[in-house]
Design a binder for this molecule. Structure first.
Ligand SMILES: Cc1ncc(COP(=O)(O)O)c(C=O)c1O
Length: 470
């Protein structure tokens, strides 16, 4: 420990013990140098540290005083919540219990919605962030408000060109993650009480957004091998006043299925015929295992009806909360809604990501990430074959990092979730992916984390739980 730290500790102990009460003037620097036999800079640094800890305050030309509140105990870290006890739960609280359990570092994250943070180039990213922040033009605070930082949107537009889409930069709006983009799209094209078509099973946050905005949902089945049922969708469009569709076309969450190119084209044509906007959620599109990125439905849109939403949360920088929407004819409405709801996406983050996309080697990182995920999919499949009952069915996804397991019919996925959590393993139970709590015998598991003995033994435990008499 450095001398100034030791001195700061000694004085902090005096203050906390009440021997130096609130408002007391601290001894002068000269006094302390003599008392402790240290140099002036050591005393100053100790005082700065005490100030940082909130224990003392400087008064101009007067010296340092013990700060109000210095006697209060330091805020304790939040104790980890105990593992959930078996209890009846509804879908919303189940969603939060799953998300809460993901936060626990001691729980095996098979229920996580993210890949391992270890797979992201965090050091290179922070270099871009530091560089961009140093160069930040003070006016960017206003210039980069919605639709967002122009160099960033140009970088994003270049990536659309890579998918064969001539994406106008003016129609790209930067958001706080894809979630904000998706919600703003929904807000732009619906009013409370309207009907929206969603997938079944679907990403649980879509259900929450629909509920939150007071909308009604018509669920369109998704087959884990074939994807969205377009015949049912056509019927729903004829029967109901559907105002918008919210679908995933690539590596759907939770099933992992990708729509074929023909189906994507047919979907866009069907919706164009009915003049119904498509909110396309494509957050996993870059995580493909085949050579080429599967195109989004946006690639077939000639009417500006598709709002293509994506983010870097699953591919580069989860905590940065950087997403966007290629909003077609709704761009202006969404830009205004973005201003009204969150004013702007963090300006330094936008600039930092623009710098990274330009200079950081994003495509090289993506190649590495995809390679890791593909290897982890293989390890997960081997573990399933080794530890889980043979009756389990799943379709092999061509990208992303989720497996949707259909368990034997008698298995209760909610119960399995609770039992697994009690054993320190998180899996996502099927019913949270459905408005009607369907998929009671399905679970989604995440293979986005480097394989470890902990994962192997978690899979073994799942096998034991599945084989145990209920
Ligand atoms: C299908 C899907 N869409 C959207 C999101 C939200 O993305 P973001 O974290 O960029 O807001 C997620 C995150 O889990 C997701 O799985």
């Amino acid at each position: 420990m450095k001398r100034y730290q030791a001195l700061a500790d000694t004085m902090a102990a005096e203050i906390r013990a009440g021997r130096l009460p609130v408002g007391t003037r601290l001894p002068s620097v000269r006094h302390l140098t003599t008392q402790y036999g240290v140099g002036q800079s050591t005393v100053f640094r100790a005082y700065y540290l005490l100030e940082e800890w909130g224990l003392i305050r400087a008064r101009e030309r007067s010296g340092y005083y013990v700060a109000p509140g210095a006697g209060l105990p330091a805020p304790a870290g939040t104790p980890p919540s105990p593992l959930a006890e078996p209890a009846p739960i509804d879908v919303s609280s189940l969603v939060f219990s799953v998300l809460d359990a993901v936060k626990r570092p001691d729980v095996v994250p098979l229920g996580s919605a993210f890949p391992s943070p270890k797979l992201f180039p965090l050091a290179r990213l922070s270099k871009s962030l530091a560089h961009a922040t140093r160069m930040l033009d003070p006016w960017s605070t206003v210039v980069d408000m919605p639709p967002g930082n122009e160099p960033l949107r140009r970088q994003l537009a270049l990536r659309y060109i890579g998918m064969g889409i001539a994406q106008p930069v003016e129609e790209l709006i930067v958001t706080n993650g894809a979630m904000e983009a998706l919600t703003l799209c929904l807000m732009a094209v619906t009013r409370p009480g309207d009907v929206v078509a969603i997938e079944s099973p679907c990403f649980y946050a879509a259900l929450q957004a629909v509920e939150h905005l007071g909308l009604r949902a018509v669920e369109i089945p998704v087959d884990p091998r074939e994807g969205l049922d377009l015949d049912v969708l056509a019927e729903a469009l004829d029967k109901h006043p559907v105002r918008a569709c919210w679908f995933m076309t690539n590596f759907q969450n939770p099933t992992g299925v990708t729509l074929s190119i023909d189906k994507k084209r047919a979907l866009v044509e069907l919706l164009a015929k009915h003049e119904v906007p498509l909110i396309e959620d494509d957050v996993y599109g870059e995580l493909h295992f085949a050579q080429d990125r599967p195109p989004p439905a946006k690639a077939f849109d000639t009417k500006g009806l598709v709002m293509h939403c994506a983010s870097l949360s699953k591919t580069l920088a989860p905590g940065y909360r950087l997403g966007w929407v290629a909003a077609g004819r709704f761009a202006d409405a969404i830009r205004r809604l973005k201003l009204m709801t969150s004013i702007s996406t963090s300006i330094p983050i936008q600039a930092g990501i623009a710098d990274y996309l330009q200079h950081g080697g994003f495509d090289k990182h993506l190649r590495k990430l995809r390679g890791a995920l593909l290897a982890q999919r293989g390890a997960m499949e081997t573990a399933i074959a080794r530890w889980l009952p043979a009756e389990i069915a799943f379709a092999r996804p061509d990208g992303g990092y989720f497996l949707w397991l259909e368990l034997p019919g008698h298995v209760d996925a909610m119960q399995l979730h609770r039992q697994a959590l009690a054993r320190g393993i998180n899996v996502t139970p099927g019913p949270i992916f459905s408005a009607r709590h369907a998929f009671g015998n399905c679970v989604r598991i995440n293979f986005g984390h480097p394989w470890s003995t902990q994962t192997e033994s978690a899979m073994k435990t799942l096998g034991e739980l599945l084989r145990a008499p209920s």
